[in-house]
Structure formats: structure tokens, C-alpha cells
Design a protein around this ligand. Sequence first.
Ligand code: ZN
Length: 290
Amino acid sequence: MYKRESLSRRKRRLRYARIRTFIILVLIVGCSVVFFQNNGRGKNEQKPANSYAISIEDSFYSGNSEGVIEDNTGTKDMNTNDMGKEAEVDNEEERENIKEKSIDDWRIMLINEDNPVPDDYTFELSSLDEFREFDSRAIDDLKMLIEDCRRETGGATIWAQSAYRDRSSQERLYNNKIKQYMNSGMSKEEAEKLASTSVSRPGTSEHEVGLAVDFNYANVEFENTKAFKWLADNAHKYGFILRYPEGKQSITKVIYEPWHFRYVGKEHAEVIKSKGFCLEEYIEYLKNNS
Ligand SMILES: [Zn+2]
């Protein structure tokens, strides 16, 4: 009797032990599944979605009763810190992207005394007429600019006197200018310095990348023509800017050239025109505001 009793008690204890072990195992497995699932989701969540969600919550908190703010103070502080970091990272990334974008944008490539044409810069040219070429990506805008200028002014005289120039043409022009100044009694040094304010040194001319055009006789008288007046009002709509405006010589290092227009694309030209910038100022503006 005693033996049988103790035997069934032992069996019962054994069964309880098995059940306990089973429950513990189930709990362990269950917890593990929940843990790994949460971990995985955390990693897969994208930052922008996160920061968006948090910023919505944040504005929600600030617009509600004090009670709501107090209830969430702890979480909110943590979130705000996280959000701050994430927003910072996002902004930095964005800033870098915009900087790179503006630097990579061939249309606003800065070429001047301090920024020569990059050695590895390649581009394609298309014919404007029998003698002149322009960057293939911008030539249609140039053609339309000239056509519309003639039409809208009732036949103003306008033609592209010089568009793309290869390095040797630029050298010839530059050397001729130096000779001209030296013939008038200047030293070579003086002549070179003065020449570079009206003819860019070889390797630093926008004409060498096929994005600049000189109209008519390329002299200051061009300013008094119907064509110039039309260009001053409309060139930006075709993506062109007056590259060396009056009063900007201290920045561009080039004299006022009413005849020289530069292609920068419509969206850039709009801003440059409305803000009264020269290209150097516009690029600074992009760097500071992006
Ligand atoms: Zn020019």
C-alpha cells in the first residue's frame, strides 16, 4: 500500500517536472522569437520613415495639453535627442548631395583665372553655322535665343561672332592682345595683366568648353543695340546669363562685357538674374545655402 502510494506520488512528481520543463521551454522559445523579431524590425526600419514619424509625434506633443507632455517627457526627450542626431545626419547627407550636384553640374562649371578648364573635361560640339560650334547640349537653346531675339525685336541685328574656341585660337587671341598693348608702350608684364581682363588666358576661357558666345562685334557699343536690350531682359529664359556684368569686375576679374553670354541652363539663369549675381557669387550662394 505504502509502496504503491509512494510509486504513484513519484510518478505524479515526475509528470509535474515534465510539465514544468515543457512550460519553461515554451517560455524560452516564445521569448526568443519575440526578441529576434523586434531586433530584426529595428534594423530594417529606414531612417527617413523613423524621423518623419518622430517629427510628427513631436509636433503633436507640443500642440497638446501639459498632461500629454508630462506623460511622455521621458520618451520625448529620448526621441528628441535621437531625432536631432538623425536630422543632423540627414541634413549633412543632403548638403553633401547638393554640393556634389552643383559641382557636378556641367552647366555651372566655374571657369575663371583661378579655375582653369579641367584637363579631363569632355564634351561634344554641334555646328551653329559653317564656322562656329557650341556645346551640343545647349545649342538648341542658343539657336532659339537668336531666332526669338530677331523675331521679337522686329529684326534686330544679332549674330554669334565667336562661340567655341579651341586652345590655339584662344592663345592667338591672347597673344595678339598682349602685342597690341606692348605696341602702345606697355611692358610685357603690364600688357599680360591688362590683356587677361578682356581676353582670358588660354586654359581659363569659357569659350574653350563651348558654353560661351560673343555677339556681334564683341565691343561695348553692343550695349546700345536693340539686341542687347532684348538679351538683358530675356536671355535667362533660354538659360543664358550676362557673364561679366557691370560693377562685378572685382569678383570676375574681367571687364564689363555686354557681348559675352554664358550658358548655365534655365533654372540657374533664373536665380542668377533675379538675385543680380555673377556666376562666382551664385556658386558661393549655392555652397552657403545648400
Ligand atoms: Zn567671350
